[in-house]
Ligand binder design. Structure first.
Ligand code: FMN
Length: 241
């Protein structure tokens, strides 16, 4: 039996605001060499186009633009090298939103878990009603029925009673609801600190090593969760001196 940390991660990107979190998340998965299965909903692609100005299509087999993305003017956001990109693409699969023939549509395909980031209210609703009417909702349903980790990153404010109820139901069914609501207590110096707060919490849930942010209680010079020379450590955060 595989160790769960050798298994692929499923990343679904849906049409809530916060596309930047998904770009950063995929890059961290790439740096940590985590095999990844990716699904982008049509609305997710629209939000990526709107917010990141990237010409991505949900049926695009290549998510080059997303894994190459850096926030304009954010010098601390270190892009992946060409080698890292090619290595990642070799262990990455992009699936069409309506394709139920993919491995992640079946419980027999083992994964380390699934994250929907960002998670729209519409996808949240589909998941808690077991609609299985697209691959994101089907794969989420598979993770719930197999009692595997399912992490939802909703982004909406304010929240309607229905959305609150849906989050409650998702949590009752075993999902982890991790709203994209960054903290401000870790020493925010730039936008990247806000983005990384959310992404770091996601990575922690899947045992993906990173040093995106200093943990509460850690002195500033120990802001790592893996040894810097470890092959799986994520060198995304290099603070300016
Ligand atoms: C630019 C843009 C931003 C959006 N932001 C949100 C949002 O923050 N939260 C949300 O639940 N829906 C948001 N929506 C609406 C969803 O995209 C819409 O409900 C869509 O049906 C979701 O489909 P999906 O879940 O298949 O991606 C946004 C749509 C657009 C175009």
């Amino acid at each position: 039996m595989n160790r769960s940390t050798d298994l692929p991660l499923v990343v679904a990107i849906t049409g809530a605001s916060g596309a930047v979190y998904s770009a950063r998340l995929l890059q961290c998965a790439a740096r940590a060499r985590v095999p990844t299965h990716i699904v982008v909903s049509p609305s997710g692609a629209e939000v990526i186009r709107q917010e990141l100005r990237l010409p991505i299509s949900p049926t695009d087999r290549c998510i080059d633009a997303l894994i190459r993305y850096t926030w304009p003017g954010e010098k601390r956001w270190i892009p992946l090298t060409e080698e890292e990109i090619q290595d990642y693409k070799a262990v990455c699969q992009i699936h069409n939103h309506g394709d139920y023939l993919t491995p992640i549509a079946s419980g027999s395909f083992l994964t380390r878990g699934m994250v929907v980031c960002p998670c729209s209210g519409s996808t949240l609703s589909g998941i808690v009603h077991a609609a299985s009417n697209n691959l994101v909702v089907r794969a989420a349903d598979v993770h719930l029925k197999e009692h595997r980790k399912l992490l939802l990153v909703p982004r909406e404010t304010p929240l309607s009673v229905f959305q609150l109820e849906n989050m409650h139901r998702a949590a009752q069914a075993g999902a982890i609801v991790l709203p994209a609501s960054p903290g401000w207590y870790h020493g925010v110096e730039s936008l990247l600190d806000i983005i990384d707060f959310v992404v770091a919490r996601i990575l922690d849930h899947f045992d993906i090593p990173h040093k995106l942010m200093r943990r509460w209680g850690e002195p500033p010079d120990q802001s790592v969760s893996a040894k810097p020379d470890s092959p799986t450590s994520v060198h995304l955060l290099e603070r300016a001196p």
